[in-house]
Design a protein around this ligand. Structure first.
Ligand code: ANZ
Ligand code: ZN
Length: 816
């Protein structure tokens, strides 16, 4: 009776017990190498994107951080020194909005949330070095965010410029793009206006070219690199100058087709172009232009660019000189030209650019063909001629007859000789506007002085502390500006009256360097010690959502490149390997807070234990794919854990035996599979199901001489997923060393029973040979075996292989 009771699996008992052991023994703390110490090569930096401390954790977090946890234990038990820190992205709008709603201070709300998330994280048993915790809103952290800003400022990589913002006239506030819905303010529905404001920018475009390369990246998803490259967007072409004599102005345009300049029959400025209103001043078109500029400015870029959008525009009454033909062409304002691409102005070449053609059709502008297909073509007059391979210039003065690419080069050279053109590259990427007219963010350490202008706050006066204000709501000016006492400071340079910068920083600035601070989180004299950062970084494995591809993941890469140029660290890419986890779905939709369909982990942990939640969230699906949380699936995992407990306890009395029974072979097989699944592919789900099979076989063969070995193997392999129950079972199996300190098991190759199958080998689709191979070999291995066959080699005949098709479990086809 008594023995029965002891042996009952009770997560409520064992989970807190082991969490206490880990806390007491500081199991998760990892030390930096001592200054003199040989930097051991076997270290591993495991990082997941840090959470924003709104409310509580949801299942998406549980998936993300459990993956990181499994890898942390796995590498640790393979002998690596593993850094696995945690912190909070704790500045930002949601806390501020909650503060406005609840009337509490954003700091209070933020810290309350952090405390409860930290508690949840401990309750899930995650292997986190809490000694390294940092939060963006702590002065000890943002002091260095400000310090980094000053470094960027010194290098002219942070600058202030006027730029258009979305302005809500009712709320008297700047809106982020996400806060504008169909041209209206998300909060009050008022029509959003374009307004020009002085703002702070990081010169990320200075790194545009390098950001499209990934030197130093070991493994990033192709898709993510493609998204970033596309976002950065690189076009080669030329900048040409068009002259407006009446106003003594030269306006540059960016074109990818300078060879078509003889066909430029009109000129277009974006409505936001600083010259738009000025050009029309005093002409009959003045009112129409002003009206058009006001009406169109709020439309979003992507919709304006759409080819099938109805073209609108107004003629300014002015003319520019086509630098190639010397003819005056009319200047229009139209919203299909965007201010934030190229120079915000274009030459209209209606014969060869589709949007220009539609515009010319709509407004009766002339169409002049200047390139023709190779065969001369028989294009009608005044028609659109699509570009084609081998096209040649026509109607282009001395350049007529040249192939288009050559013509482009020659025309740019010719225009360059009179200062009217030069080769140019245009990026889609814009500089990163990072000032926010908000309260809950990092203050920008700048003072404005009437005599000295923009004056940085001296380093030894950092941090510029975030002041208290009465109202977090922006009312025509940023909230910080309402604290007069704080705003007025002596100029650090001349001592005269100065005013502080009242904007705060975008929270993406905070998260662009947090992974560096984790390495050396309590450093009071520098943001980090370079030697320590160089020891740990780049991050060996980063896990987080793909939605950050064009934000956080790009900004962090930019920061690291700049910091490397400043000599503050010794690498140029922050994240060697990157992995995007899938979503946890419930009832067919994404689980997310905004959808209100969140099942929190708390109730489930309470009822069934953290181990069950951790194990289930990684079961069933590859980790980069979405998964459905089902009650029946979860119950299956709960049943499995109980079975594990029973079967292992039953085997605890068995003697160790080295007999190679089928069960022993199965155990070795499982070790090999699980290690490979985690190591190469992060396929936790197949690893888990392999261990479940082993436990089932053990359950069916309780008297097997290898029962004890099988039980120990199952416990050891499951340890990263279910650290509590495995710690308990390991102890009950009689071990003194805790299971998380055990080296990761290694399979005995002699005991690997490998089933085989007949691999068909084809060359150019024709069967040339067959060979018996083991089940489960990697594709590269299958190809290697196929290539090694003499009969196949005879058919390859030393020719280079152009393509390889592998049908796993069946055939390899080599294409030469
Ligand atoms: C004349 C021309 C003739 C053009 C032709 C294209 C074909 P990508 O390839 O995306 O870089 N363009 C330049 N700046 C623009 C802006 N701010 N808003 C809208 N369109 C703009 O596109 C470059 C081309 O897009 C440029 O080359 C310009 O049109 C247009 F047969 O100039 B092109
Ligand atoms: Zn001054």
């Amino acid at each position: 009776m008594f023995a029965e009771a002891i042996d009952l699996y009770d997560p409520k008992e064992i989970e807190p017990k082991w969490q206490q052991v880990w806390a007491d023994q500081r199991t998760f703390a990892v030390a930096n190498p001592d200054p003199g110490e040989d930097a051991d090569p076997d270290h591993f930096y495991m990082l997941e994107m840090l959470p924003y401390p709104s409310g509580v954790l949801h299942m998406g977090h549980v998936l993300n951080y459990t993956m990181g946890d499994v890898l942390t234990y796995f590498r640790r038990r393979q002998g690596y020194r593993v850094l696995r820190p945690m912190g909070f992205d704790s500045f930002g709008l949601p806390a501020e909005n909650a503060a406005i709603r609840e009337g509490a201070h954003p700091r209070e709300i933020t810290e309350r949330n952090i405390a409860s998330i930290r508690k949840q994280m401990r309750r899930l048993g995650w292997h986190i070095d809490w000694d390294r915790e940092v939060s963006a809103h702590e002065p000890e952290y943002y002091r260095w965010t400000q310090w980094l800003f000053l470094k960027f400022y010194e290098e002219d990589l942070a600058y202030r410029a006027e730029a258009p913002v979305n302005w809500c006239p009712n709320d008297q506030t700047v809106l982020a793009n996400e806060q504008v819905i169909d041209g209206r303010c998300e909060r009050c529905g008022a029509e959003v206006e374009a307004k020009s404001l002085e703002q702070w920018f990081f010169r990320i475009t200075a790194y545009a070219d390098e950001l499209r390369r990934y030197d130093g990246v070991v493994s990033w998803p192709e898709r993510t690199m493609a998204i970033q490259r596309n976002w950065i967007g690189r076009s080669e072409g030329a900048e040409l100058l068009f002259r407006v004599d009446e106003l003594d102005l030269d306006i540059p345009v960016f074109t990818t087709r300078p060879d078509t300049v003889f066909g430029a029959t009109f000129f277009v400025l974006a409505p936001e172009h600083p010259l738009a209103r000025r050009l029309a001043e005093g002409t009959a078109a003045e009112d129409a232009v002003n009206e058009y500029v006001k009406r169109t400015a709020a439309a979003r870029g992507e919709e304006r660019l759409a080819a099938d959008r109805e073209k609108t525009g107004v003629f300014t009454g002015r003319y520019a000189i086509n630098p190639a033909t010397d003819e005056p062409i009319p200047i229009w304002i139209a919203d299909y030209v965007l201010m934030d691409y190229g120079t915000g102005a274009i030459m209209g070449v209606p014969a060869h650019d589709e949007r220009d053609f539609e515009f010319a059709q709509a407004f009766g502008l002339p169409v002049v063909t200047v390139v023709e297909p190779e065969d001369g073509g028989d294009a009608e007059e005044e028609a659109f001629v699509a570009h084609s391979e081998g096209e040649r210039l026509v109607n282009s003065g001395q350049f007529t007859g040249l192939p288009a690419p050559e013509g482009a080069r020659a025309i740019v050279e010719w225009l360059a000789s009179t200062g009217r053109g030069r080769p140019a590259i245009s990026f889609r990427l814009r500089d990163w506007g990072f000032s926010r007219q908000r309260y809950w963010g990092c203050p920008i350490p700048i003072v404005y002085c009437e005599a000295c202008g923009i004056v940085p706050v001296p380093e030894d006066e950092l941090p510029v502390l975030l002041p208290e204000v009465e109202d977090y709501r922006p009312k025509g000016k940023p909230p910080l500006a309402s604290n007069e006492e704080w705003m007025n400071v002596p100029c650090p340079r001349c001592g005269g009256p100065g005013r502080r910068e009242a904007d705060t920083m975008d929270t993406f600035v905070d998260s662009s360097w947090y992974f560096l601070r984790y390495c050396d989180p309590r450093n009071e004299s520098a943001p980090w010690d370079r030697q320590i950062v160089d020891y740990w970084c780049p991050v060996d494995q980063y896990i987080g959502g793909i939605e950050h591809a064009t934000g956080h993941l790009l900004y962090s890469r930019f920061f690291v490149k700049v910091l490397n140029d400043l000599g503050l660290l010794g690498f140029r890419e922050p994240f060697a390997r990157l992995f995007h986890q899938g979503w946890v779905r419930f009832a067919g939709t994404k689980m997310s807070k905004s959808r209100g369909n969140v099942i929190g982990p708390d109730e489930l942990v309470e009822a069934h234990g953290a181990d069950a939640v951790r194990l289930y969230v990684l079961s069933d699906s590859p980790p980069d794919q979405d998964r459905a949380w089902t009650d029946s699936g979860f119950e299956g995992t709960v049943r499995f854990i109980r079975k594990l407990w029973r079967v292992v306890i039953a085997a605890a009395d068995a003697d160790p035996s080295a007999e190679p029974t089928p069960l022993a072979r199965k155990a070795h097989e499982t070790i090999a599979k699980v290690s490979d699944d985690i190591d190469r592919r992060l396929h936790f789900h197949t690893a888990i199901s392999a261990v479940r099979e082993l436990v089932n076989e053990l359950g069916d063969a309780p008297g097997d001489p290898a029962a004890r070995f099988a039980a120990e193997t199952a416990v050891s392999l499951l340890q990263p997923y279910t650290p509590h129950i495995t710690a308990e079972l390991w102890e009950r199996l009689g071990h003194k060393t805790p299971v998380w300190e055990e080296p990761w098991p290694v399979a005995d190759p002699a005991l690997l029973v490998r089933e085989t199958f007949q691999l068909v080998v084809q060359v150019n689709g024709r069967v040339r040979d067959r060979v018996e191979v083991e089940v489960g070999l990697a594709e590269e291995e299958l190809v290697a075996r196929a290539k090694a066959l003499p009969r196949v080699q005879a058919h390859l005949d030393g020719k280079p292989i152009r393509d390889v098709i592998v049908v796993p479990g069946k055939l390899v086809n080599l294409v030469v």
